[in-house]
Design a protein around this ligand. Structure first.
Ligand SMILES: O=C1NC(=O)NC(C(=O)O)N1
Length: 313
């Protein structure tokens, strides 16, 4: 019995861990390495309709407890990733992976989803509603009416398994509001959280910001975002209908962080910043650490503890 197996949307993954969109998943070589790894799945770099260079460098910076980035959706275009995932599903029938799309307009998102709907692709789509780094473009996930409009138009025609990548929310009323919207749609999953957007990191020696785009504003990832990530995973787990699985992302460095995300309600987790630093060996390390924790606690599957976080009353 595989202790780390998980099921989302009727698809079973032999390991509940995968990369986060954007991290070491932009090229075929990156994706091939993930296919060969111990990860239970991969997600592709968020695609726009055409190849995109992204923001000017420096656009990512390492921090003591994480990272700041303003990449600006550099990617090889939807055709590149759609061709990859279709070829991969033909090579490895029965596996499921995630194709991330992040149009900079509703029209772009609809066009990409029409193309995917008409294709042979049978895997999951992760619709990114939360990139904080396209200059002049808001994070759709913070405009609740916009989320409604997007999902109305998407589910008018899209029938394949689809989830949304959300920004972090910081108010319990916002958990109520976004969950009330999401529960109206046949979503397969919700991925929470994306980076904490529009933070500012200063280098006191040079008296300068550390990244070039947007005057130094960028998304924060890594250890420092874990409390916010867990709050969002838990907040959505308590409010979303059970058919919508939760993918937990944010602040995972070790097996105990994976354990905490699952305890809060995640069925699968994604690792970004730490995967960027550590690379493919991360997945084997995390699998060993999580398995050890489960054995010590007497758990044989993640179903034994998923969502079972205790409170004081
Ligand atoms: O959704 C995204 N989140 C991030 O933190 N960065 C990337 C990007 O900037 O491309 N996109």
């Amino acid at each position: 019995m595989n202790m780390l197996a998980t099921t989302i949307g009727g698809r079973t993954f032999n390991n509940c861990m995968m990369n986060a969109a954007g991290i070491r998943c932009q090229s075929k070589q990156d994706l091939d390495a993930l296919v060969q790894s111990d990860a239970g799945a991969y997600v592709t770099k968020s695609a726009t309709p055409q190849k995109r260079a992204g923001n000017p460098s420096p656009r990512m910076h390492t921090l003591p407890h994480g990272s700041i980035n303003s990449m600006g959706l550099p990617n090889n275009g939807l055709d590149y990733y759609l061709n990859y995932v279709i070829a991969d599903q033909q090579k490895r029938p029965g596996t499921t992976n995630f194709l991330s799309v992040a149009g900079t307009s509703l029209a772009d998102n609809l066009a990409m989803l029409h193309q995917i709907q008409a294709s042979e692709y049978t895997g999951f789509v992760e619709l990114n509603l939360s990139c904080p780094n396209v200059p002049g473009k808001p994070q759709v996930g913070y405009d609740f009416d916009r989320v409604h409009t997007v999902l109305d138009q998407v589910f008018d025609f899209y029938t394949k398994p689809l989830g949304v990548k959300l920004p972090p929310y910081f108010d319990l009323v916002h958990f109520d509001q976004i969950a009330a919207i999401l529960n109206q749609y046949p979503l397969t999953f919700v991925n929470s959280i994306n980076s904490i957007g529009n933070a500012l990191v200063v280098d006191p020696q040079s008296e300068q910001v550390v990244i070039r785009p947007k005057g130094g504003y960028g998304g924060i990832g890594g250890a420092s975002v874990k409390p916010t990530a867990l709050a969002n995973v838990r907040g959505l787990a308590l409010r979303l209908k059970p058919e919508i699985a939760i993918v937990g992302t944010g602040g995972i460095l070790n097996g105990v962080d994976v354990f905490e995300h699952i305890l809060c309600g995640a069925s699968m987790v994604q690792i970004g910043t730490q995967f960027g630093y550590e690379g493919i060996p991360l997945f084997d390390r995390l699998a060993t650490e999580l398995t050890d924790i489960m054995k010590k606690k007497g758990y044989t599957s993640i179903d034994d503890f998923r969502g079972k976080l205790k409170t004081f009353d």
